[in-house]
Design a protein around this ligand. Structure first.
Ligand SMILES: *[C@@H]1O[C@H](CO)[C@@H](O)[C@H](O)[C@H]1NC(C)=O
Ligand SMILES: *[C@@H]1O[C@H](CO)[C@@H](O)[C@H](O)[C@H]1NC(C)=O
Ligand SMILES: *[C@@H]1O[C@H](CO)[C@@H](O)[C@H](O)[C@H]1NC(C)=O
Ligand SMILES: *[C@@H]1O[C@H](CO)[C@@H](O)[C@H](O)[C@H]1NC(C)=O
Ligand SMILES: *[C@@H]1O[C@H](CO)[C@@H](O)[C@H](O)[C@H]1NC(C)=O
Ligand SMILES: *[C@@H]1O[C@H](CO)[C@@H](O)[C@H](O)[C@H]1NC(C)=O
Ligand SMILES: *[C@@H]1O[C@H](CO)[C@@H](O)[C@H](O)[C@H]1NC(C)=O
Length: 454
């Protein structure tokens, strides 16, 4: 290969993941859609912002506010500019954004990579830079602000002369152009909402800071379980600057929300734990005027938020068993039974998420060394990140008792070598015990040494 070819290859390698200086950590904020769909106005949105501040959620890290679909008029101005709906924003959008900023929140943008948004209002395809300029003139943008970019009313290929990747790249280019023009240190974070079709985790990290892995969430357990199953096939693409977005939170949407949800408190805890530890965006989607104590406690779980926002470790937790099955060798796709055993690392220690996917209380045990992040022969102090206290010292294994669809979120801390009296260490994986051999290559099966192989 000539030197030109080699340098082209190196350059291509560098471009595989976007690091454009923003979006290192998952976005934390509020999005109007799950709570209100189209039935909101500027005053109701500001009331949510006020309550975020009052409940300590702004201080907990939620720092941006997305007016999702339905903030604009159906038709653009004669100059092609978007017009905020005057019935919803009687004082204009700039005034609204300035009021929002007073609560410590930036204003984020929602639009669609097509002629129209999914609600039939103006989409930004072909007008990317113009719309960014308009949003800027409305006071949108600033620290933590994202562009959530949907996928409705898209043009035919004979118009785009692009594939989906190129169509989505247009907004990234416009975001960079705008930031350069105004020398803006906090350019918009770019968050694709392509619904997980065409496996965006394979290509979106090159052109965006985040990509939706799924279609729209719903406030029912079946939807949470299904998204967890999807996440178990794509979590590996998540890292700093690139996040698999599992969609806006439904925490709080029991007996409310659009549509009205039925999540139990345990299901909401599981939902929040999974989103936090898989390093998804954390976007509040409930009417905070009616929030219960449980809702505020779940959304404000500082221990889980710290791991979601870990400045050192960007990777998502990963499943170490598939579904209810005890090993990886019998993988089946079961919508009601997503992986229940997950673990990973954080800068605070190894992290485990254990989910009871059954609709009945269970005692669930796992061996520490089933996960790569924990070493054999050591004991670990276990902190329960929902009880907010240390719950014991794990030697070799740990057992949790969980109600239907509930979760254990555990943070481990190395507590030195395990007690000597614990006895000989077994083979690393209890489910592959036959795989360990003596140095001469003999296996122990049912207590007797067996030599086999080639
Ligand atoms: C928007 O423009 C279209 C096409 O000109 C027109 O048919 C429609 O009535 C307009 N909608 C409103 C709400 O003005
Ligand atoms: C593009 O293709 C669509 C669908 O085949 C067709 O209806 C439309 O007329 C074409 N537009 C142009 C500009 O060729
Ligand atoms: C939530 O609170 C608002 C204002 O207090 C009230 O109008 C609305 O009906 C409440 N919704 C529910 C589902 O309780
Ligand atoms: C899927 O998992 C559930 C338990 O959640 C189980 O009852 C069901 O039999 C499983 N279905 C298949 C096809 O394995
Ligand atoms: C789970 O348990 C609840 C409460 O007992 C019951 O209403 C529901 O039908 C059960 N769901 C399934 C899928 O068995
Ligand atoms: C956990 O490990 C201890 C110490 O080796 C052992 O006595 C106990 O049976 C194990 N429990 C489970 C559930 O595997
Ligand atoms: C291999 O080593 C084991 C453990 O030291 C011993 O028990 C076994 O007899 C040996 N087998 C052979 C075939 O030498």
């Amino acid at each position: 290969m000539n030197s030109l070819g080699l340098s082209a290859l190196l350059f291509a390698g560098q471009a595989l993941a976007l690091n454009n200086g923003v979006g290192k950590l998952p976005t934390m904020g509020y999005d109007t859609y799950n709570a209100f769909e189209k039935n909101y106005d500027g005053a109701l949105a500001l009331e949510q912002a006020r309550l975020m501040k009052e409940y300590g959620l702004v201080d907990a890290g939620y720092n941006t506010f997305i007016l999702d679909d339905f903030y604009a008029l159906e038709n653009r101005s004669a100059k092609g500019e978007m017009i905020p709906d005057p019935a919803k924003f009687p004082d204009g959008m700039l005034k609204w954004s300035q009021s929002l900023n007073k609560y410590g929140l930036s204003a984020s943008a929602y639009s669609s990579n097509g002629y129209k948004t999914c609600g039939g209002l103006p989409g930004a395809y072909g007008r990317e830079l113009q719309d960014l300029e308009t949003w800027r003139s409305w006071g949108w943008g600033g620290k933590g602000a994202i562009v959530k970019y949907d996928n409705c009313y898209i043009p035919y290929d004979n118009v785009t002369m692009e594939n989906e990747y190129g169509r989505y790249e247009r907004m990234l280019d416009a975001i960079e152009t705008l930031a350069k023009k105004y020398k803006h240190p906090n350019k918009f974070i770019y968050s694709l909402c392509q619904w997980g079709w065409q496996d965006p985790h394979n290509w979106a990290p090159r052109i965006s800071n985040a990509w939706r892995i799924d279609g729209d969430i719903r406030p029912y357990w079946s939807a949470i379980a299904n998204i967890l199953l999807l996440a178990s096939t794509s979590y590996g693409a998540t890292d700093h600057y690139q996040h698999g977005d599992m969609d806006m939170l439904e925490v709080g949407n029991s007996g409310r929300g659009a549509p009205v949800g039925d999540l139990t408190v345990a299901e909401q805890r599981t939902h929040f734990t999974a989103w936090a530890l898989l390093k998804s965006h954390l976007l509040i989607g409930t009417d905070l005027r009616n929030a219960t104590k449980d809702t505020i406690e779940i959304l404000g779980n500082k221990e889980l938020i710290a791991i979601n926002q870990d400045p050192i470790e960007g990777k998502a937790i990963a499943p170490f068993r598939i579904g209810l099955q005890s090993d990886f060798s019998r993988i089946t796709y079961n919508e009601t039974s997503p992986p229940g055993f997950w673990a990973g690392t954080s800068s605070y220690g190894p992290v485990f998420m254990i989910i009871n996917t059954l609709n009945e209380t269970q005692e669930i045990s796992f061996d520490l060394t089933e996960n790569w992040a924990v070493r054999a022969g050591r004991q670990y102090k276990v902190r329960d990140m929902w009880l907010h206290k240390d719950v014991g010292v794990a030697v070799r294994n740990w057992t949790v008792k969980l109600g239907a669809h509930d979760v254990a979120a555990l943070l481990l801390k190395d507590a030195g070598p395990e007690p000597k009296e614990t006895g000989p260490l077994p083979c690393a994986s209890p489910f592959l015990e036959w795989q360990c051999t003596a140095a001469n290559g003999s296996y122990i099966l049912d207590g007797t040494h067996i030599k086999w192989g080639f």
